[in-house]
Design a protein around this ligand. Structure first.
Ligand code: SAM
Length: 245
């Protein structure tokens, strides 16, 4: 899986992706992340890539020409069709299911805006998807691009040592994950739940499922509406006095 990022701050992307699990995934060839500096495609000697907005108003807008040329340079290296994602607060809000879907693409081009944003005409020409990482405004698209790269990469086979962990994590099936514990068995007088020490796998599985159900209902009831619940799940919630539609 190859990520091609169009940005004014390539160092930020490269540094951010070089460590920990993503860094290892790159070293082992499961993913690649290349950042193309849009400024290298400016046509003036000052490397200027932004200008004042037509119609007036605050801030500067990124010009279409340098972005188009940077994109063409990337495009020459990618065979066939591919999606071009503009990170924008106006886009569809990013989710685990979107990460799972995007992980099936061989190449993704990510466009990071800055300043007041990007000239609309280049967005119309090259962008296939608009993606937001949440209802707040950041100064640039680099952090959102890294969020997307991280979440998508975890879904790429081989990136996580234990692929199971991606499959039982929060949001995978619209449930939050159960609580986790590790050594020591007693910490500041607080014991690890007895069932986890029992070695009884069926009971452990049931306990974890119940914990998932309970915390999803408590913290993210909106998710439960989309979760696939078994009869046993509904019975458990009803027993606890927790009603699900
Ligand atoms: N004026 C724009 C608007 O109101 O929609 C916001 C521009 S923002 C200051 C600069 C850049 O940051 C955007 O072009 C986008 O690439 C990125 N950005 C900011 N917030 C974001 C978010 N929540 N999700 C994804 N990208 C975001």
């Amino acid at each position: 899986m190859n990520f091609h990022v169009l940005t004014l701050f390539p160092d930020l992307i490269e540094m951010g992706c070089r460590t920990s699990i993503l860094g290892r995934a790159m070293e082992n060839g499961y993913i690649s992340v290349t950042a193309t500096n849009i400024r290298d495609f400016a046509e003036n000697k000052h490397g200027r890539v932004d200008d004042y907005p037509y119609g007036g108003g605050a801030g500067l807008v990124m010009q279409p020409g340098p972005i188009e040329r940077a994109y063409q340079a990337v495009r020459e290296k990618i065979p066939g069709s591919h999606r071009v994602i503009y990170l924008t607060p106006q886009g569809k809000v990013f989710s685990q299911s979107m990460a799972e879907e995007l992980a099936r693409e061989p190449d993704l081009v990510l466009l990071c805006g800055h300043y007041e944003g990007v000239d609309e005409r280049i967005l119309e020409r090259i962008v296939t998807d608009n993606v937001s990482i949440g209802d707040y405004v950041l100064t640039g698209g680099e952090l959102p691009a890294m969020v997307l790269i991280d979440a998508v990469s975890r879904m790429v086979e081989g990136v996580l040592h234990n692929q199971d962990s991606a499959e039982i994590e929060s949001f995978h099936d619209n449930l939050l994950e159960y609580p986790q514990y590790t050594r020591p068995e007693v910490y500041e007088g607080m014991r690890v739940p007895e069932v986890l020490l029992s070695g009884h796998h069926a009971n452990i599985e049931r306990w974890r499922r119940e914990q998932s159900l309970e915390r999803t209902l408590r913290w993210r009831p909106d998710l439960l509406e989309k979760a696939e619940l078994t009869g046993e799940d509904r019975e458990y919630l009803a027993k606890k006095g927790l009603q699900v539609e």
